[in-house]
Design a protein around this ligand. Structure first.
Ligand SMILES: Cc1cc2nc3c(=O)[nH]c(=O)nc-3n(C[C@H](O)[C@H](O)[C@H](O)COP(=O)(O)OP(=O)(O)OC[C@H]3O[C@@H](n4cnc5c(N)ncnc54)[C@H](O)[C@@H]3O)c2cc1C
Length: 455
């Protein structure tokens, strides 16, 4: 298993806005076609680089599996900008440079007694890149990571700097999950809360019948619940429960106060969880893989920053040799959608490393995959057999079509712009916002044309 290597090749070129050739995304399944990557070191240099380019897009930590980040011109990485992590305890916010990785931010916050409400499965991703695609963790009351955004600083196509804040701008709800189509997000302000501790418990072999008969009870059993399956057989392979055990009452990214943790009330102190048995040792979601790369389990309490992600910052997340897809349905459709996916296990399972089922609270962000609906996400970690995966995706999307499933923006999906646009009630408003921020389509690429705007 390879270790996490995220640096692009060494930079060269002019001081301050270095220039190097981009290459592969993290999974190695997509080679960027952009001619160069610019590496500004200050906001002014970002403005200069953007204003001077005819086609340009922001590149985050390259963890997306499709062409969303690419540009027919150049890319701009914010990795050389100082993270500039600034905590405002009175406001309950932290402001960081967009290229900062969640792992770096989480460590600083924890050192200062603060926390983010949630993390994705991995801490390696950049804040602006994750937010731009509505990246999420799990938890019935937890919104995706974009819902923690309180303000954004964006460099628009003409190089001007725009500040948008929650409640302060009518465009804010459209700009947060911006798919990189509105400009380069140079700073992100996120809601924070006092630090808390989390324990992580893993249960194995939960009979599907029990889980499906108690789906809401199962997913609401802890602050964050993940179910891992390969869709075959009669049982869910693993349930990962992340429970808040100290600190203030769980808030949820959307700010809904919620007395969490049935665990804290002792509900899962026993050996079983919805028919599953407590894992005797730490587990990796992938069968037979060492749990060394995973955050600590076995109920040992630890800081949120070392429990909410599944994978540890210093190690390869997930498999390292994989592809990913994910589809989100309205919560009330979850059980029926699971039925459809299980019925396709003959097609899905042979290509799969593992699937993860998570919950995400509804939000108001126009292109969020949880816009307007409490959602359940069905995630697929595929073997690196892209041709075969691309053949099964349309079959899965057809099966999930009755549930109006929304695909994850940063993962592999088949649907084109026509099918995608109708899934988002505020899509026309987003299109209008993108035209206003980028009238000459400097930030457009082939992916956005084909999968989003249809032009
Ligand atoms: C192993 C692994 C595990 C994952 N786990 C999860 C998970 O648990 N939950 C989940 O939801 N997703 C998950 N993902 C997907 C991942 O979180 C998303 O694809 C995310 O967008 C990646 O962020 P990034 O910084 O790598 O962005 P990139 O892939 O580099 O870019 C993604 C998009 O963000 C835009 N962007 C990047 N930086 C900026 C900026 N500064 N300003 C404006 N736009 C910008 C790009 O233009 C592009 O459109 C996982 C991916 C991997 C590889």
């Amino acid at each position: 298993m390879r270790t996490e290597v995220s640096e692009l090749p060494g930079q060269s070129g002019s001081a301050g806005a270095g220039n190097s050739a981009p290459e592969l995304n993290w999974a190695g399944n997509y080679r960027y076609t952009a001619a160069s990557i610019r590496r500004p070191r200050t906001l002014e240099e970002v403005q200069e680089v953007v204003a001077g380019a005819s086609k340009i897009r922001a590149l985050g930590s390259r963890h997306s599996f499709n062409a969303i980040a690419d540009s027919p011109g150049s890319l701009v990485s914010l990795e050389d900008l100082d993270p500039g992590i600034r905590i405002d305890a009175a406001a309950g916010t932290v402001t960081v440079s967009g290229g900062t990785r969640y792992g770096t931010l989480a460590e600083t916050l924890e050192d200062n007694g603060f926390a983010l409400p949630n993390l994705a499965s991995l801490p390696h991703i950049s804040v602006a890149g994750a937010v731009a695609t509505a990246t999420h963790g799990s938890g019935d009351a937890n919104g995706n990571l974009a819902t923690s955004v309180a303000a954004l600083e964006i460099v628009a196509a003409d190089g001007t700097v725009h500040h948008l804040s929650r409640g302060g701008s009518p465009d804010f709800d459209g700009a947060v999950v911006g798919l990189g189509a509105l400009g380069v997000v140079t700073k992100v302000t996120l809601d924070i809360e006092p630090t808390f501790t989390v324990r992580q418990d893993v249960f194995e072999a939960l009979p599907w019948e029990t889980v499906l008969g108690n789906f809401d009870a199962a997913t609401s059993s802890a602050y964050s619940v993940s179910l891992f399956t390969d869709w075959s057989g009669d049982a869910v392979a693993q349930a990962w429960l992340k429970s808040r055990v100290s600190g203030p009452a769980a808030g949820g990214a959307a700010g809904t106060a919620r007395a969490d943790s049935a665990f804290a009330r002792g509900a899962f102190a026993g050996a079983t969880f919805f028919g599953g048995t407590r894992a005797a040792a730490a587990r990796h979601p992938l069968p037979g893989v060492s749990a060394e790369n995973c955050t600590e389990q076995l109920g040992v309490p630890g800081p949120w920053s070392e429990r909410l992600a599944h994978f540890r910052m210093a190690f390869t997340p997930s498999s390292g040799q994989e592809l990913q897809s994910e589809f989100f349905v309205r919560r009330e459709h979850a059980v029926a959608a699971i039925g459809e996916l299980r019925a396709l296990s003959d097609r899905i399972t042979p290509l799969l490393l593992v699937s993860e089922i998570r919950t995400v609270a509804a939000d108001k962000l126009w292109l969020s995959t949880a816009y307007g609906q409490d959602s359940v996400g069905f995630h697929f970690t595929w073997k690196q057999r892209q041709d075969q995966v691309e053949k099964v995706l349309p079959v899965m999307e057809e099966a999930l079509a009755p549930f109006h499933a929304r695909p994850h923006w940063g993962k592999l999906f088949h649907a084109g712009a026509d099918a995608v646009a109708v899934l988002y009630p505020r899509f026309a408003d987003f299109k209008d916002l993108a035209e206003r921020m980028d009238p000459e389509h400097k930030f457009r690429n082939e992916f956005l044309a084909r999968k989003v705007f249809g032009d």
